[in-house]
Design a protein around this ligand. Structure first.
Ligand SMILES: Nc1ncnc2c1ncn2[C@@H]1O[C@H](COP(=O)(O)OP(=O)(O)O)[C@@H](O)[C@H]1O
Ligand SMILES: [Mg+2]
Length: 161
């Protein structure tokens, strides 16, 4: 699947999509999460991480900018790095922090506010756009690589439209 869009009526809908993604993820994926403050980027990431076996809290790493988690993907431990680049001062800061070293075939990177590191951020396999719509959220997902397409192909999500 190349792309899809759906409406998430409530937070439970966001959680359900996160759980579905947790089953579809594979090492090596880079996922960009676009959307304004409160659009649900962190809520979706939290649902993915917790469904993949992370037992503790997940909050946006607003000040540390990056937070690594070890979760279970396909029955194996995989490092997932959750970025929130909202407070990134410049793309150079991303490079200086050594954040590019997190990206690779063995890790999964999920990035809120990717536009803040434009030009230095590795390209996405999946681009997601979240937006507030009525009391719920609209989401568009787009695959931009073979790996991204394969992930969306594995996604088992039945949106209750
Ligand atoms: N589908 C949804 N419908 C309504 N509210 C939602 C939905 N998904 C998440 N929320 C709520 O929207 C807010 C999203 O906050 P957060 O995930 O921190 O946003 P962001 O990381 O994009 O700034 C949370 O209060 C969450 O409970
Ligand atoms: Mg957030």
């Amino acid at each position: 699947m190349q792309h899809f869009q759906t409406h998430l009526h409530d937070e439970a809908g966001t959680a359900a999509l996160g759980r579905a993604f947790a089953q579809a993820l594979a090492p090596g994926l880079t996922i960009y999460l676009h959307g304004d403050l409160g659009a649900g980027k962190t809520a979706l990431t939290r649902a993915m991480l917790q469904a993949a076996g992370h037992a503790g809290h997940v909050k946006s790493p607003t000040y540390t900018l990056a937070e690594p988690y070890t979760v279970q993907i396909g029955g194996r431990p995989v490092e997932v790095i959750h970025f929130d680049l909202y407070r990134l001062a410049s793309p150079e800061e991303f490079l200086d922090a050594g954040f590019r070293e997190y990206f690779g075939a063995d890790t999964i990177c999920i990035i809120e506010w990717p536009e803040k590191a434009e030009g230095v951020l590795p390209a996405p396999d999946i681009n997601m756009h979240l937006g507030i719509s009525g009391n719920g959220r609209d989401i568009k997902c787009e695959a931009l690589s073979v790996q991204g397409t394969q992930c969306l192909d594995r996604l088992k999500f039945a949106p209750n439209l």
